[in-house]
Design a protein around this ligand. Structure first.
Ligand code: GRF
Length: 203
C-alpha cells in the first residue's frame, strides 16, 4: 500500500542575528528534502553575522534590516513588511533573532511564527534570557535537566504556545559552554523536524 503524505510548500523566511547554526541546519534539511518548503529569505539585523555570510555563500536571498539603517521604528516595520510581501512569505522561523518582531508583523503572521529557545520554557525565558545567560541561570538554579523549546511567537518574550520540548540531563561537570553545545546539537536535529511536521499540518 502506498501512503501519500500531504504537505504544503511554504515560503519560509528565517530571522537570525548571530552565528546561524540553526539557519544552516534548516537550510541543509531543505537541501536534503526533509523540509519541502522554500527557504526563501533571511532577514537579519546584523549584516556581518554568520547567518548572513552563509546566506551569501549559498545564494539565499537576504535583507539587512536594522535600527541603524532604519532609525524610525515605523520605517523599519514598513520595510520588513514590504520585504515579506515581496517574497510572498507565508511562514516565519526565528533562529537566534535578537530583536522584537514588530506588532503589525505579529498580527499578519499570527500562528505562523515560531521560535526556538535553549531551555525548557516557561522556566528560564523572558527578556534578557538569551545565549549563555540562559545556561548560566540554569546551572545557578541547580536544576537537573534543561533542554530546548520550540514555540509559537506572540507579543511577549518566550511566551507563545509550546509546540515541542526535548530535555537533556544537566551533569555535575557541565558548564555554560558544554550545556550550550549539548542543547544546540539537539536544536539542529529537532528544529528542521518540527518545521517538516508543520508543513504536513498545513497540507
Ligand atoms: C540558539 O541557542 C537558539 O535556541 C536561540 O539562539 C541560539 C541561536 O544559535 N534562540 P545559532 O545562531 O542558530 O547558532
Amino acid at each position: 500500500m502506498i501512503i501519500f503524505v500531504k504537505y504544503i510548500i511554504l515560503n519560509i523566511c528565517v530571522f537570525a542575528s548571530g552565528f546561524g547554526s540553526n539557519f544552516r541546519a534548516i537550510y541543509r534539511a531543505h537541501k536534503k528534502g526533509l523540509i519541502k518548503s522554500n527557504i526563501k529569505l533571511l532577514i537579519s539585523n546584523n549584516s556581518m553575522c554568520g547567518a548572513v555570510l552563509y546566506a551569501q555563500k549559498h545564494k539565499i536571498a537576504f535583507e539587512h534590516i536594522s535600527s541603524f539603517k532604519y532609525p524610525k521604528a515605523d520605517e523599519l516595520e514598513t520595510k520588513m513588511m514590504s520585504v515579506l510581501i515581496k517574497h510572498k512569505i507565508d511562514f516565519i522561523v526565528l533562529a537566534g533573532y535578537m530583536k522584537k518582531i514588530p506588532d503589525s508583523i505579529l498580527n499578519k503572521y499570527s500562528g505562523r511564527i515560531i521560535n526556538i529557545h535553549p531551555a525548557l520554557l516557561p522556566a528560564f525565558g523572558g527578556e534578557g534570557m538569551y545565549g549563555l545567560n540562559v545556561h548560566r541561570a540554569v546551572l545557578e538554579s541547580g536544576v537537573k535537566c534543561s533542554g530546548l523549546t520550540i514555540h509559537y511567537v506572540d507579543k511577549e518574550y518566550d511566551n507563545g504556545k509550546i509546540i515541542f520540548q526535548k530535555s537533556v540531563k544537566v551533569e555535575e561537570e557541565d558548564d555554560e559552554i558544554s550545556l550550550q553545545k549539548k542543547i544546540l546539537k539537539l536544536e539542529h536535529k529537532y528544529y528542521p523536524k518540527i518545521i517538516s511536521e508543520i508543513e504536513k499540518e498545513y497540507g
